[in-house]
Design a protein around this ligand. Sequence first.
Ligand SMILES: [Zn+2]
Length: 105
Amino acid sequence: MTNIKKPYAGVQIEADIGNELSSITTIFANPNPLVGPESTQLRCPQCKCTVRTNVKYNSTPKTHLACTLLAWTCCCCCLPYCMNSCRNANHFCPMCDTFIGTYPS
Ligand SMILES: [Zn+2]
């Protein structure tokens, strides 16, 4: 465990997960992993490495709804597909490519 002091939330999330790992072995059963909309630093439950997650964004029904609404009001109907806040953020380990969790939009 590194003791890097940085003023953003990722370090706090890493510390929380580290504490959970010592008591909870079935981390895969956790339906709400502590991931955010952006790449998050945490400990991979598979390879146990402290990593910064790879984030892949998926479109959701909400994305398509926003697209439809924008198409009615203006011409930038593809905008929701470019906005991360309108899509689910799926976090993967960059080391072993294990799916870690989803941050719903
Ligand atoms: Zn991993």
